[in-house]
Design a binder for this molecule. Structure first.
Ligand code: ZN
Length: 434
Protein backbone atom coordinates (compact mmCIF):
# COMPACT_ATOMS: atom_id res chain seq x y z
CA UNK A 1 0.00 0.00 0.00
CA UNK A 2 1.57 3.30 -1.05
CA UNK A 3 1.36 6.04 1.49
CA UNK A 4 -1.13 8.77 0.73
CA UNK A 5 0.48 12.08 -0.18
CA UNK A 6 -2.13 14.84 0.21
CA UNK A 7 -0.19 17.33 -1.89
CA UNK A 8 -0.08 14.88 -4.80
CA UNK A 9 -3.85 14.29 -4.67
CA UNK A 10 -4.80 17.97 -4.97
CA UNK A 11 -4.48 18.39 -8.75
CA UNK A 12 -6.67 15.34 -9.51
CA UNK A 13 -9.33 16.46 -7.05
CA UNK A 14 -9.37 19.90 -8.62
CA UNK A 15 -9.30 18.66 -12.20
CA UNK A 16 -12.39 16.51 -11.56
CA UNK A 17 -14.26 19.60 -10.36
CA UNK A 18 -13.13 21.54 -13.44
CA UNK A 19 -14.54 18.79 -15.68
CA UNK A 20 -17.89 18.60 -13.88
CA UNK A 21 -18.31 22.37 -13.47
CA UNK A 22 -19.97 23.27 -16.82
CA UNK A 23 -22.77 20.69 -16.52
CA UNK A 24 -26.28 22.00 -15.76
CA UNK A 25 -27.39 19.62 -13.04
CA UNK A 26 -30.70 19.51 -11.22
CA UNK A 27 -32.54 16.99 -9.06
CA UNK A 28 -33.42 15.02 -12.21
CA UNK A 29 -32.42 15.02 -15.85
CA UNK A 30 -29.50 14.71 -18.19
CA UNK A 31 -27.14 16.86 -16.08
CA UNK A 32 -27.18 14.26 -13.32
CA UNK A 33 -26.76 11.46 -15.88
CA UNK A 34 -23.77 13.17 -17.48
CA UNK A 35 -22.24 13.76 -14.05
CA UNK A 36 -22.66 10.09 -13.13
CA UNK A 37 -21.26 9.06 -16.53
CA UNK A 38 -18.08 11.02 -15.80
CA UNK A 39 -17.84 9.51 -12.30
CA UNK A 40 -18.30 6.05 -13.84
CA UNK A 41 -15.21 6.64 -15.98
CA UNK A 42 -13.22 6.54 -12.75
CA UNK A 43 -14.99 4.15 -10.38
CA UNK A 44 -17.45 1.31 -10.75
CA UNK A 45 -20.89 2.85 -10.46
CA UNK A 46 -24.35 1.35 -10.37
CA UNK A 47 -26.76 3.89 -11.88
CA UNK A 48 -30.47 3.60 -11.07
CA UNK A 49 -33.36 5.31 -12.85
CA UNK A 50 -36.50 5.67 -10.75
CA UNK A 51 -39.68 6.63 -12.67
CA UNK A 52 -41.49 9.91 -11.97
CA UNK A 53 -44.52 9.25 -9.82
CA UNK A 54 -42.83 6.57 -7.71
CA UNK A 55 -43.90 7.05 -4.09
CA UNK A 56 -40.93 7.31 -1.71
CA UNK A 57 -42.06 7.64 1.91
CA UNK A 58 -44.10 10.88 2.10
CA UNK A 59 -42.76 12.10 -1.25
CA UNK A 60 -43.19 11.32 -4.93
CA UNK A 61 -40.41 11.19 -7.50
CA UNK A 62 -41.06 14.38 -9.52
CA UNK A 63 -41.24 14.93 -13.23
CA UNK A 64 -37.91 15.07 -14.98
CA UNK A 65 -36.50 18.46 -15.93
CA UNK A 66 -34.22 19.16 -18.84
CA UNK A 67 -33.08 22.39 -20.41
CA UNK A 68 -31.47 23.14 -23.74
CA UNK A 69 -31.36 26.93 -23.94
CA UNK A 70 -32.75 30.08 -22.37
CA UNK A 71 -32.39 33.79 -22.82
CA UNK A 72 -33.86 37.24 -22.45
CA UNK A 73 -33.33 39.26 -25.66
CA UNK A 74 -33.83 42.99 -26.09
CA UNK A 75 -35.67 44.69 -28.94
CA UNK A 76 -32.54 44.48 -31.10
CA UNK A 77 -32.44 40.72 -30.63
CA UNK A 78 -29.36 40.82 -28.39
CA UNK A 79 -29.30 38.28 -25.58
CA UNK A 80 -29.02 40.39 -22.42
CA UNK A 81 -29.31 37.30 -20.20
CA UNK A 82 -27.98 34.09 -21.71
CA UNK A 83 -28.10 30.54 -20.34
CA UNK A 84 -25.09 29.75 -22.54
CA UNK A 85 -22.98 32.17 -20.47
CA UNK A 86 -24.01 30.61 -17.13
CA UNK A 87 -26.51 27.90 -16.32
CA UNK A 88 -27.26 29.76 -13.08
CA UNK A 89 -29.12 32.35 -15.17
CA UNK A 90 -32.22 30.15 -15.25
CA UNK A 91 -34.14 29.34 -12.09
CA UNK A 92 -33.54 25.60 -11.85
CA UNK A 93 -36.71 23.62 -12.76
CA UNK A 94 -38.25 26.55 -14.67
CA UNK A 95 -41.16 25.50 -16.86
CA UNK A 96 -40.86 26.33 -20.58
CA UNK A 97 -41.85 29.82 -21.61
CA UNK A 98 -41.74 31.80 -24.81
CA UNK A 99 -43.17 35.25 -25.35
CA UNK A 100 -42.68 38.98 -25.41
CA UNK A 101 -43.21 41.15 -22.38
CA UNK A 102 -42.47 44.53 -20.89
CA UNK A 103 -39.84 44.99 -18.20
CA UNK A 104 -42.66 45.45 -15.67
CA UNK A 105 -44.14 42.08 -16.63
CA UNK A 106 -40.73 40.44 -16.59
CA UNK A 107 -39.56 42.00 -13.33
CA UNK A 108 -41.28 39.55 -10.88
CA UNK A 109 -39.38 36.73 -12.61
CA UNK A 110 -35.93 38.31 -12.16
CA UNK A 111 -33.65 37.66 -9.18
CA UNK A 112 -30.40 39.36 -8.22
CA UNK A 113 -28.32 40.13 -5.13
CA UNK A 114 -28.11 43.90 -4.59
CA UNK A 115 -25.39 43.51 -1.93
CA UNK A 116 -23.19 41.51 -4.34
CA UNK A 117 -23.89 43.27 -7.63
CA UNK A 118 -21.55 41.13 -9.75
CA UNK A 119 -22.76 37.72 -8.62
CA UNK A 120 -25.57 35.64 -10.09
CA UNK A 121 -27.72 33.95 -7.44
CA UNK A 122 -28.62 30.24 -7.62
CA UNK A 123 -32.33 29.62 -7.23
CA UNK A 124 -34.57 26.62 -7.65
CA UNK A 125 -38.30 26.05 -8.12
CA UNK A 126 -38.48 22.28 -7.78
CA UNK A 127 -41.94 21.87 -6.44
CA UNK A 128 -43.71 24.96 -7.89
CA UNK A 129 -44.49 25.23 -11.58
CA UNK A 130 -42.97 28.60 -12.31
CA UNK A 131 -40.07 30.15 -14.18
CA UNK A 132 -37.48 32.82 -13.65
CA UNK A 133 -34.08 34.21 -14.45
CA UNK A 134 -31.17 34.99 -12.12
CA UNK A 135 -28.77 37.74 -13.06
CA UNK A 136 -26.21 40.00 -11.55
CA UNK A 137 -27.62 43.16 -10.02
CA UNK A 138 -25.54 45.19 -12.48
CA UNK A 139 -27.21 43.38 -15.38
CA UNK A 140 -30.61 43.98 -13.83
CA UNK A 141 -29.96 47.71 -13.44
CA UNK A 142 -28.97 48.00 -17.09
CA UNK A 143 -32.29 46.63 -18.34
CA UNK A 144 -34.21 49.42 -20.04
CA UNK A 145 -37.93 49.84 -20.26
CA UNK A 146 -38.56 48.02 -23.51
CA UNK A 147 -40.16 44.85 -24.80
CA UNK A 148 -38.14 41.69 -24.21
CA UNK A 149 -38.28 38.32 -25.82
CA UNK A 150 -38.26 35.68 -23.09
CA UNK A 151 -37.38 32.13 -23.96
CA UNK A 152 -36.82 29.06 -21.80
CA UNK A 153 -36.43 25.90 -23.86
CA UNK A 154 -36.95 23.40 -21.05
CA UNK A 155 -39.13 20.38 -20.48
CA UNK A 156 -40.78 19.12 -17.34
CA UNK A 157 -42.36 15.76 -18.04
CA UNK A 158 -42.59 12.21 -16.69
CA UNK A 159 -39.15 10.65 -16.80
CA UNK A 160 -36.79 9.49 -14.09
CA UNK A 161 -34.79 10.44 -11.06
CA UNK A 162 -31.23 9.19 -11.44
CA UNK A 163 -28.74 8.30 -8.73
CA UNK A 164 -25.51 6.34 -8.61
CA UNK A 165 -23.70 4.25 -6.04
CA UNK A 166 -20.41 2.47 -5.75
CA UNK A 167 -20.02 -0.46 -3.37
CA UNK A 168 -16.75 -1.92 -2.11
CA UNK A 169 -17.27 -5.19 -0.28
CA UNK A 170 -15.26 -5.76 2.88
CA UNK A 171 -14.82 -8.61 5.37
CA UNK A 172 -18.09 -7.71 7.08
CA UNK A 173 -21.42 -6.63 5.63
CA UNK A 174 -21.46 -3.65 8.00
CA UNK A 175 -21.19 -0.55 5.90
CA UNK A 176 -19.51 2.81 5.91
CA UNK A 177 -21.59 5.27 3.91
CA UNK A 178 -20.27 8.33 2.08
CA UNK A 179 -22.99 10.45 0.53
CA UNK A 180 -22.76 13.51 -1.73
CA UNK A 181 -25.52 15.41 -3.45
CA UNK A 182 -25.24 15.80 -7.21
CA UNK A 183 -28.02 18.28 -7.98
CA UNK A 184 -26.32 21.67 -8.13
CA UNK A 185 -25.41 23.20 -11.50
CA UNK A 186 -22.18 25.21 -11.95
CA UNK A 187 -21.26 25.55 -8.27
CA UNK A 188 -17.97 24.19 -6.99
CA UNK A 189 -17.78 24.06 -3.22
CA UNK A 190 -21.45 23.17 -2.90
CA UNK A 191 -21.45 20.47 -4.31
CA UNK A 192 -18.69 19.40 -6.69
CA UNK A 193 -16.09 19.36 -3.92
CA UNK A 194 -17.96 16.60 -2.07
CA UNK A 195 -18.32 14.53 -5.23
CA UNK A 196 -14.67 14.88 -6.10
CA UNK A 197 -13.40 13.94 -2.64
CA UNK A 198 -15.75 10.92 -2.57
CA UNK A 199 -14.50 9.67 -5.95
CA UNK A 200 -10.85 9.92 -4.92
CA UNK A 201 -11.58 8.21 -1.61
CA UNK A 202 -13.36 5.35 -3.42
CA UNK A 203 -10.37 4.93 -5.74
CA UNK A 204 -7.96 4.72 -2.81
CA UNK A 205 -10.10 2.33 -0.73
CA UNK A 206 -10.69 0.07 -3.74
CA UNK A 207 -7.04 -0.96 -3.57
CA UNK A 208 -6.85 -1.51 0.19
CA UNK A 209 -7.83 -4.42 2.41
CA UNK A 210 -11.13 -3.52 4.10
CA UNK A 211 -12.80 -4.78 7.25
CA UNK A 212 -15.95 -2.76 6.56
CA UNK A 213 -17.84 -2.59 3.30
CA UNK A 214 -17.99 0.89 1.79
CA UNK A 215 -20.82 2.51 -0.12
CA UNK A 216 -20.58 5.81 -1.97
CA UNK A 217 -23.94 7.35 -2.85
CA UNK A 218 -24.21 10.12 -5.44
CA UNK A 219 -27.82 11.29 -5.37
CA UNK A 220 -29.73 14.55 -5.76
CA UNK A 221 -30.24 16.39 -2.47
CA UNK A 222 -33.35 15.63 -0.40
CA UNK A 223 -35.48 13.71 -2.94
CA UNK A 224 -32.48 11.62 -4.02
CA UNK A 225 -31.53 10.67 -0.47
CA UNK A 226 -35.18 9.96 0.36
CA UNK A 227 -35.41 7.75 -2.74
CA UNK A 228 -32.18 5.96 -1.88
CA UNK A 229 -33.38 5.30 1.67
CA UNK A 230 -36.78 4.09 0.45
CA UNK A 231 -35.11 1.56 -1.85
CA UNK A 232 -32.29 0.49 0.48
CA UNK A 233 -33.78 -0.05 3.92
CA UNK A 234 -31.81 -3.28 4.58
CA UNK A 235 -28.59 -1.53 3.55
CA UNK A 236 -29.42 1.47 5.71
CA UNK A 237 -29.69 -0.84 8.71
CA UNK A 238 -26.14 -1.99 8.07
CA UNK A 239 -24.66 1.53 8.15
CA UNK A 240 -22.18 1.51 11.02
CA UNK A 241 -20.65 4.89 10.18
CA UNK A 242 -21.60 7.53 7.64
CA UNK A 243 -20.41 10.87 6.35
CA UNK A 244 -22.09 13.42 4.13
CA UNK A 245 -19.53 15.34 2.10
CA UNK A 246 -20.34 18.92 1.09
CA UNK A 247 -18.51 22.24 0.91
CA UNK A 248 -15.30 20.24 1.19
CA UNK A 249 -12.96 22.33 -0.95
CA UNK A 250 -12.80 25.96 0.25
CA UNK A 251 -9.80 27.37 2.11
CA UNK A 252 -11.54 27.52 5.51
CA UNK A 253 -10.82 25.10 8.37
CA UNK A 254 -12.57 21.74 8.63
CA UNK A 255 -16.01 21.47 10.24
CA UNK A 256 -17.73 18.30 11.40
CA UNK A 257 -21.40 18.30 12.27
CA UNK A 258 -22.34 15.46 14.58
CA UNK A 259 -25.00 12.89 13.80
CA UNK A 260 -28.32 13.03 15.62
CA UNK A 261 -26.95 10.42 18.03
CA UNK A 262 -24.23 12.86 19.03
CA UNK A 263 -21.96 10.23 20.58
CA UNK A 264 -21.81 7.69 17.74
CA UNK A 265 -18.39 6.22 16.96
CA UNK A 266 -18.19 8.41 13.86
CA UNK A 267 -18.83 11.50 15.99
CA UNK A 268 -16.17 10.49 18.48
CA UNK A 269 -13.67 9.57 15.78
CA UNK A 270 -14.01 12.96 14.08
CA UNK A 271 -13.85 14.81 17.38
CA UNK A 272 -10.63 12.98 18.18
CA UNK A 273 -9.07 13.65 14.77
CA UNK A 274 -10.08 17.30 14.60
CA UNK A 275 -8.39 18.07 17.92
CA UNK A 276 -5.12 18.19 16.00
CA UNK A 277 -6.42 20.33 13.13
CA UNK A 278 -5.92 24.06 13.64
CA UNK A 279 -9.19 26.00 13.63
CA UNK A 280 -11.34 22.92 13.14
CA UNK A 281 -14.91 23.19 14.38
CA UNK A 282 -17.37 20.69 15.80
CA UNK A 283 -21.06 21.41 15.39
CA UNK A 284 -23.95 19.78 17.17
CA UNK A 285 -26.67 18.09 15.15
CA UNK A 286 -29.63 20.03 13.84
CA UNK A 287 -32.33 18.81 11.44
CA UNK A 288 -31.32 21.51 8.92
CA UNK A 289 -28.74 21.43 6.19
CA UNK A 290 -28.03 18.56 3.81
CA UNK A 291 -29.15 14.94 3.74
CA UNK A 292 -28.60 14.45 7.46
CA UNK A 293 -32.22 15.61 7.43
CA UNK A 294 -33.08 12.23 5.89
CA UNK A 295 -30.37 9.85 7.17
CA UNK A 296 -30.86 11.16 10.71
CA UNK A 297 -34.66 11.31 10.62
CA UNK A 298 -35.95 9.45 13.69
CA UNK A 299 -37.12 6.39 11.73
CA UNK A 300 -33.53 5.83 10.58
CA UNK A 301 -31.37 7.72 13.09
CA UNK A 302 -28.24 6.59 11.28
CA UNK A 303 -24.80 7.43 12.65
CA UNK A 304 -24.18 9.87 9.81
CA UNK A 305 -22.48 13.25 10.26
CA UNK A 306 -21.48 15.99 7.82
CA UNK A 307 -17.93 16.89 6.91
CA UNK A 308 -17.37 20.33 5.42
CA UNK A 309 -14.77 23.01 5.48
CA UNK A 310 -16.77 26.26 5.75
CA UNK A 311 -20.34 25.05 6.32
CA UNK A 312 -23.13 25.85 3.87
CA UNK A 313 -24.54 29.32 4.25
CA UNK A 314 -21.47 30.51 6.18
CA UNK A 315 -19.47 31.79 3.21
CA UNK A 316 -20.71 34.75 1.17
CA UNK A 317 -20.24 32.96 -2.16
CA UNK A 318 -22.69 30.20 -1.09
CA UNK A 319 -25.37 29.57 -3.73
CA UNK A 320 -24.00 32.23 -6.08
CA UNK A 321 -21.87 32.28 -9.22
CA UNK A 322 -18.92 33.18 -6.98
CA UNK A 323 -18.88 29.58 -5.75
CA UNK A 324 -16.64 28.92 -8.73
CA UNK A 325 -13.31 27.36 -9.59
CA UNK A 326 -11.47 30.07 -7.63
CA UNK A 327 -13.28 29.33 -4.38
CA UNK A 328 -11.99 25.77 -4.15
CA UNK A 329 -8.32 24.92 -3.80
CA UNK A 330 -6.40 21.71 -4.56
CA UNK A 331 -4.68 21.83 -1.15
CA UNK A 332 -7.98 22.19 0.70
CA UNK A 333 -9.56 19.30 -1.21
CA UNK A 334 -6.52 17.16 -0.48
CA UNK A 335 -6.64 18.10 3.19
CA UNK A 336 -10.28 16.99 3.41
CA UNK A 337 -9.39 13.72 1.71
CA UNK A 338 -6.48 13.13 4.08
CA UNK A 339 -8.77 13.60 7.10
CA UNK A 340 -11.15 11.02 5.63
CA UNK A 341 -8.29 8.57 5.25
CA UNK A 342 -7.37 9.15 8.90
CA UNK A 343 -11.01 8.50 9.75
CA UNK A 344 -10.92 5.23 7.82
CA UNK A 345 -7.79 4.24 9.76
CA UNK A 346 -9.67 4.83 13.02
CA UNK A 347 -12.83 2.95 12.14
CA UNK A 348 -10.93 0.11 10.50
CA UNK A 349 -8.40 -0.15 13.34
CA UNK A 350 -10.64 0.31 16.36
CA UNK A 351 -10.91 -2.80 18.53
CA UNK A 352 -11.42 -3.84 22.12
CA UNK A 353 -8.79 -5.86 23.98
CA UNK A 354 -8.35 -7.55 27.32
CA UNK A 355 -5.14 -7.24 29.30
CA UNK A 356 -3.91 -10.79 30.03
CA UNK A 357 -1.63 -9.57 32.83
CA UNK A 358 -3.95 -7.18 34.67
CA UNK A 359 -2.46 -7.41 38.18
CA UNK A 360 0.17 -4.69 38.26
CA UNK A 361 2.14 -3.65 35.21
CA UNK A 362 3.81 -6.38 33.21
CA UNK A 363 7.52 -5.99 32.69
CA UNK A 364 7.77 -4.44 29.29
CA UNK A 365 11.57 -4.34 29.07
CA UNK A 366 11.84 -8.08 29.58
CA UNK A 367 9.50 -8.61 26.62
CA UNK A 368 11.51 -6.31 24.39
CA UNK A 369 8.72 -3.75 24.19
CA UNK A 370 10.92 -0.83 25.18
CA UNK A 371 13.79 -2.07 23.03
CA UNK A 372 11.42 -2.33 20.08
CA UNK A 373 11.18 1.42 20.21
CA UNK A 374 14.91 1.87 19.77
CA UNK A 375 14.39 3.58 16.45
CA UNK A 376 12.28 6.28 18.07
CA UNK A 377 13.65 9.17 20.02
CA UNK A 378 12.55 12.01 22.27
CA UNK A 379 8.93 13.01 22.17
CA UNK A 380 7.94 10.20 19.83
CA UNK A 381 9.42 7.61 22.16
CA UNK A 382 7.66 9.11 25.17
CA UNK A 383 4.32 8.98 23.33
CA UNK A 384 4.86 5.35 22.41
CA UNK A 385 5.74 4.38 25.98
CA UNK A 386 2.71 6.24 27.27
CA UNK A 387 0.52 4.46 24.71
CA UNK A 388 1.70 1.04 25.93
CA UNK A 389 0.76 1.93 29.50
CA UNK A 390 -2.60 3.45 28.55
CA UNK A 391 -3.58 0.47 26.40
CA UNK A 392 -2.61 -1.98 29.14
CA UNK A 393 -4.48 0.00 31.74
CA UNK A 394 -7.76 0.49 29.86
CA UNK A 395 -7.88 -2.88 28.11
CA UNK A 396 -10.39 -4.47 30.45
CA UNK A 397 -12.74 -5.57 27.69
CA UNK A 398 -14.86 -2.48 28.18
CA UNK A 399 -12.76 0.13 26.39
CA UNK A 400 -11.93 0.27 22.69
CA UNK A 401 -8.75 1.77 21.29
CA UNK A 402 -10.71 4.90 20.40
CA UNK A 403 -11.70 5.15 24.07
CA UNK A 404 -8.00 4.88 24.96
CA UNK A 405 -7.05 7.56 22.42
CA UNK A 406 -9.79 9.90 23.69
CA UNK A 407 -8.92 9.46 27.35
CA UNK A 408 -5.15 9.62 26.92
CA UNK A 409 -5.14 12.34 24.29
CA UNK A 410 -2.67 10.26 22.29
CA UNK A 411 -3.01 9.96 18.51
CA UNK A 412 -5.12 6.96 17.49
CA UNK A 413 -2.34 5.56 15.31
CA UNK A 414 0.10 5.50 18.24
CA UNK A 415 -2.46 3.72 20.42
CA UNK A 416 -3.23 1.19 17.69
CA UNK A 417 0.48 0.46 17.15
CA UNK A 418 0.96 -0.03 20.89
CA UNK A 419 -1.93 -2.50 20.98
CA UNK A 420 -0.43 -4.43 18.07
CA UNK A 421 2.93 -4.70 19.89
CA UNK A 422 1.25 -5.79 23.12
CA UNK A 423 -0.87 -8.35 21.30
CA UNK A 424 2.21 -9.75 19.56
CA UNK A 425 3.94 -10.01 22.96
CA UNK A 426 1.03 -12.06 24.32
CA UNK A 427 -0.12 -9.38 26.75
CA UNK A 428 -3.43 -8.55 25.09
CA UNK A 429 -6.29 -10.62 23.79
CA UNK A 430 -8.56 -9.19 21.08
CA UNK A 431 -12.18 -9.33 22.28
CA UNK A 432 -13.84 -7.78 19.23
CA UNK A 433 -13.21 -5.35 16.45
CA UNK A 434 -14.48 -1.96 17.68
ZN1 ZN B 1 -26.72 23.90 -1.89
Amino acid sequence: MTRFEPAAAGPDLYERIRRLYPICRSITGDGVRETLRLIAEEIELEVREIPSGTPVFDWTVPNEWNIRDAYIANARGERVVDFRASNLHVVNYSVPVHGHMSLAQLRPHLFSIPEQPDWIPYRTAYYAETWGFCLSHRQLEQLEDETYEVHIDSSLAPGHLTFGQSYLAGETADEVLFSSHVCHPSLCNDNLSGISVAVSLAKILRDRPRRYSYRFVFAPGTIGAITWLALHQPQAERVAHGVILACAGDRGPLTYKRSRRGGAAIDRAFAHLLKDRPGAQLQEFSPLGYDERQYCSPGFNLPVGVLSRTPHGCFPEYHTSADDLDLVAPEALADTLSLLLELVDVIEGDATFRNLNPRCEPQLGRRGLYAAMGGHTGQDRRLREAALLWVLNLSDGGHSLLDVAERSGLPFGTVRDAAASLEAAGLLERMRSA
